[in-house]
Design a protein around this ligand. Structure first.
Ligand code: 5GP
Ligand code: MN
Ligand code: MN
Ligand code: MN
Length: 277
């Protein structure tokens, strides 16, 4: 896929968001723009010296940072991310990052690793990683000086009892209900229903409740992963009389393929400066 242009959706944004897929990544239009570089589902499979992460202002990782959330796997991912040149690195967990879900791990630790205390240690590593790493667990981060508001959430609909798995319906509705209406960029581990959510069987497994919430908020960009084989980007124009928010760009940034090979390039998008109304 090559570069494509997307119209801005608000009066407060005077220019278009630009999405770039490697290898065509041009220079930023100006220093006032913010370049986001998105990956997901890296699962400790990368050769960190070989896998090229384009430079930019903000690095986003949409979860499944590890194979199975072992402390050394979390540490290994943090060591890789902290050496990236981006000023901020906003990351969330996914269903494979078992130790980062304390409630899950407390009940399930003996199914996986040997130490119940691993959860506290892993959470401590990711929360206190420093080097611009910001870990979001149903919370937001506003980029200093830019005002761009990001919300991050690790939850996905239940599938084989993994971490951060939630029941479709009321449980997930409540999680998505926390996403602020003002969110510019939404990060979740999994896709919403019908947006880059097709498994290799052609089945759409994204979350309907998340799609409903997105329709209400219409974030500028939604970044996720989880369904590796649905890697890519698309834009959705909303049928709405609302003048402010007309489109959402959906990015499935899964770095690993369905065979857990880290072959997909990072997805880059440039965000225009937000102007006060
Ligand atoms: P992961 O185990 O890394 O979270 O997901 C890897 C693969 O498992 C995905 O690329 C997809 O093929 C499959 N998968 C994950 N979640 C679901 C789901 O909810 N339903 C189905 N049918 N497949 C899933
Ligand atoms: Mn994954
Ligand atoms: Mn899996
Ligand atoms: Mn996943």
């Amino acid at each position: 896929m090559s570069q494509f242009r997307l119209m801005s959706r608000t009066r407060s944004m005077s220019q278009e968001i630009l999405v770039h897929l490697a290898p065509k990544i041009p220079e930023k239009l100006s220093s006032k723009w913010t370049r986001f570089v998105c990956v997901s589902d890296t699962h400790n499979t990368l050769d960190q010296n070989k896998y090229q992460v384009p430079n930019g202002d903000v690095f986003l990782h949409a979860g499944d940072m590890t194979g199975v959330g072992k402390v050394e796997q979390v540490q290994d991912t943090v060591n890789w991310i902290k050496n990236l040149p981006h000023k901020f690195k906003v990351v969330i967990a996914g269903n494979h990052d078992l130790t980062l879900d304390e409630t899950f791990y407390e009940k399930n630790w003996n199914r996986f690793h040997c130490n119940k205390e691993d959860s506290k240690e892993a959470i401590n590593i990711i929360k206190n990683a420093g080097h611009g790493i910001v870990y979001l667990n149903d919370e937001s981060f506003t980029i200093p000086d830019k005002g761009i508001q990001i919300w991050g959430s690790p939850w996905t609909p239940e599938f084989y009892e993994w971490a951060f798995n939630g029941q479709r319906g009321q449980f997930l509705k409540e999680k998505w209900g926390k996403i602020p209406q003002t969110t510019h960029i939404l990060m979740t581990h999994g896709p919403p229903y019908n947006m880059l959510d097709k498994t290799r069987n052609g089945e759409s497994v994204g979350c309907e409740d998340l799609l409903e919430r997105i329709k209400a908020i219409k974030p500028y960009v939604h970044v996720f992963g989880h369904i590796h084989e649905a890697y890519g980007a698309l834009e959705k124009t909303w049928e709405s009389t609302d003048q402010d928010r007309k489109k959402t760009i959906f990015v499935n940034a899964s770095t690993n393929t369905i065979n857990y090979e880290p072959e997909n390039a990072a997805v880059v998008f440039d965000f225009p400066p937000l102007h006060p109304l």
